[in-house]
Design a protein around this ligand. Structure first.
Ligand SMILES: Cc1cc2nc3c(=O)[nH]c(=O)nc-3n(C[C@H](O)[C@H](O)[C@H](O)COP(=O)(O)O)c2cc1C
Ligand code: SF4
Length: 416
């Protein structure tokens, strides 16, 4: 089931040196300007691995079409608390990420590459620095660290922060491909996306399509967390059955209640559906889910899902920049209503109010944080309807006082 492309040649915990990297993948083809790589990315069907799955070729083309000096920003901020895949990739296969960044820079005509890594990703930073020192003739490259925060990975907030401003999203347009770092057109891409691009540059689109499904090509890095024996990062072909991913993580350590796909902006899938779901757009669409940045969290029967919803909504409300109404008022109100349900003190129409407020919040912020929070909540309301009802009528359950799996997950984070 394991499909090692990005992590090919990685043994244990040792980063691949330039020699090791070239022994596995061969030397990178001389990067060149023009449409070659962009067309290859389009034919491969490569889409971003940072969450939104935006077609990479469209973004490359958008930056390449600009006139002023251009930049490439590798978004390794990895703000999703339960994700570890970007730091694992940058630490263990730094040259693949850099090959992709350099190939993208050549394709769009950028003269600088900035790699942003979250501040607790010291291993990734060290590996990238060592890798850069091994390489010759690349365009000017800088590695910067950014705060550990959910919004650090939102591209407009990241750019604003790197330009010396606050870590807060800005209203778009203009989008980063028109005006990004230092007001230059900027290609913002997740490290995994760039690593795939590096392999497409070597082996071509047909090779890339050799794994995955026709509609969702290639492999993906997934971070498996929660009640599994061996939480961690796996590389799987898109379309791999969810139960196979859980089995590869050592299997569930207790009966599961549900699985969260996509992280804090993700979608809950009930345990009874685990055997029927595959990790690709088609397989997940029946549940309104997408693979997003590849987080898979197994929630056990011993956890209280009402607390998981309530505390995660608080956490998301706290992470917001509170500069728009939906985040300042809407998310705390949703979280407070969930807390009231959990304690059995909510009004009888609490469920209706959650649905109504969720609709009022969606699409109203400067960024997509509130939309993602409502998506997470809406699937929780569906999947945990019985538990919510039980709490609303009878108050806290026996699992309520336990630490949650999702919110404030420091003890459960995947080592990176
Ligand atoms: C609230 C929020 C948080 C985000 N966090 C990340 C992140 O940690 N890493 C990331 O690559 N993209 C993140 N994104 C998406 C980025 O804004 C951007 O779309 C992405 O980096 C583009 O790269 P890709 O096309 O290769 O996926 C986030 C978006 C939102 C709305
Ligand atoms: S929607 Fe929320 S997180 Fe996004 S910019 Fe507005 S206040 Fe900040």
């Amino acid at each position: 089931m394991s499909a090692r492309r990005l992590l090919a040649g990685v043994r244990g915990d040792a980063p691949l040196s330039l020699a090791g990297h070239e022994a596995v993948h061969g030397p990178a083809p001389a990067p060149g300007p023009g449409p070659g790589l962009i067309e290859a990315a389009q034919l491969a069907g490569l889409r971003g691995r940072g969450g939104a799955a935006f077609p990479t070729a469209v973004k490359l083309r958008g930056v390449a079409s600009q006139r002023s000096p251009r930049s490439v920003l590798v978004n390794g901020a990895e703000g999703e608390p339960l994700s570890g895949k970007d730091r694992v990739l940058m630490r263990l296969a730094p040259h693949l990420v850099l090959d992709g960044a350099m190939a993208a820079a050549a394709a769009v005509g950028a003269r600088e590459v900035v790699v942003a890594v979250r501040a607790d990703g010291a291993g990734a930073v060290e590996s990238l620095r060592r890798a850069l020192a091994e390489r010759a003739g690349d365009p000017a490259s800088t590695i910067v660290t950014v705060p550990v925060a959910y919004l650090a990975g939102e591209e407009s907030a990241l750019i604003r922060h790197l330009d010396g401003g606050p870590l807060k999203p800005v209203v778009v347009p203009p989008l980063p491909f028109e005006r990004g770092l230092r007001r230059r057109p900027t290609l913002v891409q997740n490290p995994e996306t760039l690593a795939h691009l590096a392999l497409i540059a070597r082996h071509g689109p047909e090779w890339f399509r050799g794994l995955g499904t026709p509609a969702h090509s290639g492999t993906a890095l997934v971070t498996v967390a929660g009640e599994v024996a061996r939480p961690g990062v796996q590389e799987v072909a898109c379309g791999t059955p969810l139960d196979a991913v859980i089995a590869a993580a050592g299997g569930a350590t207790q009966a599961l209640r549900a699985v969260l796909i996509g992280g804090y902006h993700g979608t809950w899938i009930p345990a009874r559906a685990i055997g029927a779901v595959t990790l690709d757009d088609e397989g997940l669409s029946a549940y309104g889910a997408t693979l997003a940045a590849g987080v898979v969290v197994a929630l056990g029967e011993s956890a209280c899902p009402v607390q998981e919803l309530a505390q995660t909504m608080w956490w998301l409300a706290e992470q917001s920049a509170r500069q728009c109404g939906p985040c300042s008022h809407g998310l705390p109100a949703l979280a407070a209503m969930l807390a009231a349900i959990a304690s059995g003190t909510a009004p009888p129409d609490a469920g209706d109010r959650l649905v109504l407020w969720g609709k009022q919040v969606t699409g109203r912020g400067a960024c997509r944080l509130p939309d993602g929070a409502v998506r997470f909540l809406a699937s929780g309301l569906r999947v945990f309807a019985a538990e919510l009802d039980e709490h609303a009528r009878r108050g806290p359950c026996r699992a309520c006082p336990k630490p949650t799996v999702l919110a404030a997950p420091a003890g459960r984070r995947v080592a990176a």
